[in-house]
Design a protein around this ligand. Structure first.
Ligand code: GLC
Length: 539
């Protein structure tokens, strides 16, 4: 691979939700063999790196975010040897590979948790997790809620309770325990030794809890909308930064091109910037952009505040519109309310898919023109929408059970990808096999095969944009300057010589002077950009 130490400052990174990319083994669940078979597709699309969601041995209560062994691969996905082959192949295609690290909690099937249960109160084994006595008979130690619904505490035989900010099968580790810290540094080394280029840090804002575990005083927890309060007892506590400083030292000992990206749902860009100070993690997902409504003033202020906060610490900004935890943005942008809601949201407004598609096309040109790095979520390049009518008996997200069947959860953005052909499983797995979640029949028009044959498709737009982004000296890392425009139109300049225009107003917008249109999300009408479209101009 070409050595470019700061590749992550402007990389376009493709999220692979492993269960849903492609199935190579024939069991209806995506796996490493499936990913390997799609590497040429990813290379041709033009992404720089691939982030793979957890692939470790796991009971799969939370799609693999419940890890029973951090140093192996679940047989559902393949073997460690295959993972090593994959890492080499990704590099062979000129891309990088990021693995998902889940430090906030393990699975309840992790040997440490089993030992903790066996060893009893007061034992060093229990001290690796957060065990406490209750506040009286059948009373949990405090009022904290699980992100998936219900209390954040479960009682074990013998009477003590353990903390789980997520499902009961995901006990929180105790990061005040030096053994936990040593173990994770060793896990980092294990994967760095195998050549991974980076880590996505799951729930980076949750590792440290207030030592007194005080009541929260709030009836509901929602990770996506972390409350805007300082000294929150379990989110975004100052203590997390020490951990990341030590991890940075580990990664740096492998050279200066290994990176981290933090998943930290925090209240404002200044708080996020603390995770990417020069001796901590290099990058963090910018969820303010993902949460933002499709409105010019909100987008402009999010772009400005994020750039400003990251610039202050010398870190690049990242941009992300969708991931495996939120409603696909194409659907969100087709709803009356376009703001992202968290996994616990239970109000689903109908979406106008045509409108959402138009806006999603404009949004990707906006995102890829902004300074910094960008994340794509598998299937957005095919224009996939959220699948909102999955039958209840196939739902697997723990949110569905934990909410007493009130909140359907995140399965709708995790439906296996359509690759080819005219009926399910669309090449995701062998014909006779049923994918782990059913695909809509109308995805025959959304297969990679159908879209590759159609230059005007969403895939065609993504590929063209990524090609231009790679070649154009103005795109990627750097700064932007806003150009005067009507309130509902975003116009900014990247140097040298590129103008990005996004029309969110309800009237066509006459393009400013330019040499040539490099790319537009829809056909131009008499030199005008219609509502909800975007263009890149060479000026
Ligand atoms: C992160 C993951 C999500 C998972 C949760 C608990 O937010 O993205 O999918 O459920 O952490 O690990």
């Amino acid at each position: 691979m070409a050595v470019n130490a700061s590749w992550w400052r402007d990389a376009v990174i493709y999220e692979v939700y492993i269960r849903s990319l492609a199935d190579g083994s024939g069991d209806g669940v995506g796996d490493i063999a499936g990913i390997r078979s799609r590497l040429p597709y990813l290379r041709d699309l033009g992404v720089d790196a691939v982030w793979i969601t957890p692939w470790y041995p796991s009971p799969m209560v939370d799609g693999g975010y419940d890890v029973a062994n951090y140093r192996d691969i679940d047989p559902l996905f393949g073997t460690l040897a295959e993972a090593e082959t994959l890492i080499g192949e990704v590099h062979g295609h000129g891309m990088r590979l990021i693995v998902d690290l889940v430090p906030n909690h393990s699975s309840d099937q992790h040997p440490w948790f089993r030992e903790a249960l066996a060893a009893g109160p007061g034992s060093p084994q229990r001290a690796r997790y957060v065990f406490r006595d209750g506040n009286g008979p059948d009373q949990p130690p405090n009022d904290w809620r699980s992100v998936f619904g219900g209390p954040a505490w479960t009682q074990v035989p013998g009477g003590q309770w353990y903390l789980h900010l997520f499902a009961p099968e995901q006990p929180d580790l105790n990061w005040d325990n030096p053994q936990v810290r040593e173990e994770f540094e060793d896990i980092l080394r294990f994967w760095l030794d195998r050549g991974v280029d980076g880590f996505r840090v799951d729930v980076a804002h949750g590792l440290i809890k207030h030592p007194d575990l005080p009541d929260l005083g709030s009836a509901q927890e929602d990770m996506v909308h972390s409350p805007d309060r300082t000294d929150h007892p379990h989110w975004d506590r100052d203590g997390v930064h020490d951990i990341f400083r030590s991890w940075r030292r580990v990664a740096d000992s492998y050279g200066d091109d290994r990176m981290f990206v933090a998943e930290a749902w925090v209240s404002k860009p200044e708080r996020l910037a603390r995770y990417v100070r020069s001796d901590e993690l290099q990058t963090a997902f910018n969820f303010d952009f993902l949460r933002c409504s499709w409105a010019a003033d909100s987008l402009r202020s999010v772009v400005d505040s994020c750039l400003h906060a990251m610039h202050a610490v010398g870190a690049p900004t990242t941009w992300v519109l969708s991931n495996h935890d939120v409603t696909r943005h194409l659907t969100r942008y087709g709803r009356p309310r376009t703001r992202a809601e968290g996994p616990l949201h239970d109000i689903v407004e109908p979406a106008d898919i045509e409108l959402g598609t138009r806006r999603a096309r404009a949004a990707v040109l906006l995102m890829l023109a902004l300074p910094g790095s960008a994340y794509l979520y598998q299937g957005e390049e095919l224009g996939l929408e959220e699948v909102e009518d999955l039958p209840e008996d196939v739902l697997q997200d723990p949110t569905w059970q934990r909410s007493g069947h009130k909140v359907r959860g995140r399965d709708g953005c995790r439906v296996p990808l359509p690759w080819r052909g005219s009926r399910p499983p669309f090449g995701f797995c062998r014909e006779q096999v049923r994918p782990w979640l059913p695909q809509p029949a109308h995805w025959q028009a959304r297969t990679a095969e159908a879209e590759e044959a159609e230059p005007e498709s969403m895939w065609g737009l993504y590929r063209a944009a990524l090609r231009i982004r790679r070649a154009h000296p103005a795109l990627g890392d750097g700064t932007l300057s806003w150009v005067d425009a009507p309130a509902e139109v975003l116009v900014f300049r990247r140097e040298p010589g590129l103008l990005c225009v996004v029309n969110l107003s309800d009237t066509p917008f006459a393009l400013p002077g330019h040499e040539r249109v490099l790319l537009s999300s829809e056909q131009m009408q008499n030199g005008k950009l219609s509502t909800d479209t975007a263009a890149w101009l060479q000026v």
